[in-house]
Design a protein around this ligand. Structure first.
Ligand code: NAD
Length: 487
């Protein structure tokens, strides 16, 4: 079946009516697979007002009841897992396993958020004043605007929406203009969950399709209390200051340039497998993709030879084929970016109209030039090191700070890598690759990656506002710091 026919079939199975002028092209063959209606300038303001009205009601719904909506969403996602995953494959070019994995991540975060809906804890704090009690409460924040990238076309929305919903916040989603159909499909699934839930306020979950201008209008709207934006650092550089200018909150999940250190004691067999998935998987189009390999000079020759053999065997092709490990790049722009970074890139003739490449290994003498930038394609730079301090310095010597890892069997090296003087990234792993995070941990990175944290741990706090309360149950009015103020 052509991607176009298959998309038609999947959209009808998912209950999506897709029509409009924003056309989606499948990276598999570069042909249109459907289109959706684009939001106009008035739509943004209207949607924000409706979402704010929804907020006034939703914030009063008990959090465990809000969790019930997320539980139903999780059920609907389970029911739609296979067709939605296949649509991800058609629209983002991910192999079937990764499409399924992405939808599983949506289901996992729903389960996580349901439990969280009974755990939005504040603290009780000892007051210095007699017969006083201090405490912290976490209240719903307001409308959350979610801007997402093409490479995780559905999971990023779910990470944000599942948490925002239990935290009492409506969500307006501006998906990538490259993946509008999967977004429309998610909204159809949302519609079914809302229907079963029954009494959710109108405008609680909305989607505005379109490009950068729609994103900008959302970013500037005063009703949007939190802008959670996932994408390139260039996008974040525009979004961050705009939101800050109106004193809104932003949560930025931007580009990465992730490294792995392979130490002399490393289990090279394990390291190889981790490198293969982290560097070549998803055709190098993950924010956590391994892009820089920092290898000890004593093992570099052996490792590079083995990697070249492995990379040569990777099956590249139509991501719908079960044997394929690497599907297409998203579009010609991505291919051109890869060619600029690596002129010797080998284009693979897999399906006409698609941009298929063989993941590349580029050995360099020093970490400089293109290696310091994120090229969103499968190019793995390899640089050698002599001593461990140098390796850590190389790991940290880029402007991005998302993910990192080390392969070592030396306990001291592992601990130093994880210490305050070690990796400066938001994610630092030992004996696993830098890509493929679990939802239980906080996800995000430092420096030009934007500093935001999503998903597990206490990331939910970004979607709420904190109130500190002091309660006096005495008959006196003592002031803090012993101040007296009597007439
Ligand atoms: P992109 O920056 O081109 O677009 C991302 C989204 O931002 C799209 O929805 C786009 O329409 C919107 N946008 C672009 N400019 C905007 C602006 N000025 N104002 C408001 N909205 C704007 O990114 P992409 O090519 O879709 O995705 C790849 C990039 O995303 C890579 O850099 C990758 O590392 C990053 N990414 C980061 C994470 C993370 O969690 N850190 C996750 C996935 C992707």
């Amino acid at each position: 079946m052509t991607p176009t026919d298959e998309a038609h079939d999947l959209l009808s199975r998912l209950g999506v009516r897709a029509e409009g002028y924003l056309t989606s092209l499948s990276p598999i063959d570069g042909r249109p697979i459907g289109s959706v209606a684009e939001a106009g300038p008035n739509d943004v303001a209207e949607t924000c007002e409706r979402a704010h009205a929804a907020f006034l009601a939703w914030r009063l719904v008990p959090a465990p009841r809000r969790g019930e909506l997320v539980r139903l969403l999780g059920e609907e996602l389970r029911a739609a897992k296979e067709p939605l995953a296949r649509l991800v494959t058609l629209e983002a070019g991910k192999i079937v396993q990764e499409g399924l994995g992405e939808v599983q991540e949506m289901i996992d975060i729903c389960d996580y958020a349901v439990g969280l809906s009974r755990q939005l804890y504040g603290l009780t704090i000892a007051s210095e004043r007699p017969s006083h009690r201090m405490m912290e409460q976490w209240h719903p924040l307001g409308v959350v605007g979610v801007i997402s990238a093409f490479n995780f076309p559905v999971a990023v929305w779910a990470w944000n929406a599942a948490l925002a919903l239990v935290c009492g916040d409506p969500v307006i989603w501006k998906p990538s203009e490259k993946t509008p159909l999967t977004a429309a499909a998610v909204m159809a699934i949302v519609g079914r969950a809302l229907h079963r839930f029954g009494d959710a306020p109108d405008g609680l979950l909305a989607c505005l399709q379109g490009g950068r201008e729609v994103g900008e209008a959302l970013v500037d709207h005063p009703r949007v209390a939190l802008v959670s934006a996932t994408g390139s650092t260039a996008m974040g550089r525009s979004v961050g200051p705009r939101v800050a200018a109106r004193f809104g909150r932003s949560l930025l999940e931007l580009g990465g340039n992730n490294a792995m250190i392979v130490a002399p004691s490393a289990d090279l067999g394990l390291a190889e497998r981790a490198i293969l998935f982290s560097a070549a998987g998803t055709a190098g189009q993950r924010c956590t993709t391994l892009r820089r390999l920092i290898v000890h000079e004593s093992v570099a020759d052996t490792l590079v030879v083995r990697l070249r053999t492995l990379f040569g065997k990777i099956r590249i092709g139509d991501p719908r084929e079960p044997q394929t490990l690497v599907g297409p790049l998203i579009d010609e722009g991505a291919f051109e970016a890869m060619r600029r970074a690596c002129p010797e890139v080998e284009r693979v003739a897999a399906v006409d109209g698609g941009f298929y490449v063989r993941p590349a290994i580029v050995e360099v003498d020093a970490q400089q030039g293109k290696m310091l930038q994120e090229t969103f394609a499968p190019v793995l730079y390899v640089v050698r090191y002599r001593d461990f301090d140098e390796a850590i310095a190389l790991n940290n010597a880029v402007v991005q700070g998302l993910s990192s890892s080390i392969f070592t069997n030396d306990l001291k090296e592992a601990e130093r890598f994880l210490s305050a003087a070690g990796s400066d990234c938001g994610i630092a792993n030992v004996n696993i690759g830098p890509s493929g995070a679990e939802i239980g941990g906080a996800f995000g990175g430092e420096k030009e990656t934007g500093g935001g944290r999503e998903s597990g741990s206490d990331s939910w706090r970004a979607y709420m506002r904190r109130a500190t309360n002091t309660i006096n149950y005495s008959d006196e009015l003592p002031l803090a710091q012993g101040i007296t103020f009597d007439p």
